[in-house]
Design a protein around this ligand. Sequence first.
Ligand code: GSH
Length: 328
Amino acid sequence: MAIPPKFLIQTAQFVWKTMWQTMMSQLAPSDRQGNFQRVESEFRGTIGSETFPAAKNRYRLYVGLTCPWAHRTMVTRVLKGLEDCVEMSVAIADVSVGGWRLENDPTGCGSMKELYQLGQSGYSGRCSVPALWDCETQSIVNNESSEIIVMLNEQFNEWAKYSDRDLYPESLREEGDRLNDLIYRTVNNGVYRCGFATSQVAYDQAVTELFETLDFLDKRLGDRRYLLGKTLTLCDVRLFTTLIRFDLVYHGLFKCDRHRIRDYANLWGYLRDIYQQPGIKATCPLDTIKQEYYSSLFPLNPSGIIPLGIDSADLMQPHQRQDLATTL
Ligand SMILES: N[C@@H](CCC(=O)N[C@@H](CS)C(=O)NCC(=O)O)C(=O)O
């Protein structure tokens, strides 16, 4: 006796959707309307405080190559020339353990979960990257990228190769912070709000806001080289790490598909401009980014198939944005 296909389809849909909702609630918690709710970072210590004085080789940065938030800290570390002052451990996204794995780490930890628990016994919160680790007190100083990059910019100048380079100048802070709020909500976190939405309404709102901001930023970058004028700031670092993943991952996997960054006249040149600056390309292993996203976010890509994407040659095309440097 053949099973009626309708029954088969309905059962598969029910089982599949239930499994998907269960996995999504672990991976990306959402509210009752299906909007992705990002969990607040828990460790908010400051370098330069009594507990965590600035020092050479005392702190270690834990990153993951896929992660745009961790990437902000990697780019800032390179732009300030802090490679010999703040060491870095690269965690690997491991879908089989459902988290970040560490290999041959000096702490002896085999995962970010073990590291967080070494820092605070009994810790049961999220074990995210980036995390700034204090090797002396064996504890996490801070795991919020927007704060770590400010500390990297100003607290290690005594040992920084490019100590004169101020990525968060006082005179541009007010305008930069305002822009950061918009970019965080609609672009940095906006792509996640699209990809992790669990209802059509939540996705529609996130995707509309995302492209409204990208259109606005594209226009803004028509007469200035960087977001705040002629100097590159943390504002650019924060936008860059989302843009570099956009055509590669977010456009397909997160359904951010109205346009690609390549379709924008100014954003595309701006992205290439930053990518081509000394040391930056090496922080962007495109194949790893693509592979880790498409395989570790299993509920969004159950087949595990990894698409073709863009490659480094596209990003190395000339951009001529240096000519805009004089206009503002
Ligand atoms: N607010 C954090 C977000 C960091 C974050 O979400 N990192 C992700 C990787 S892209 C992570 O490690 N997630 C693991 C988890 O939350 O358990 C920051 O900006 O530093």
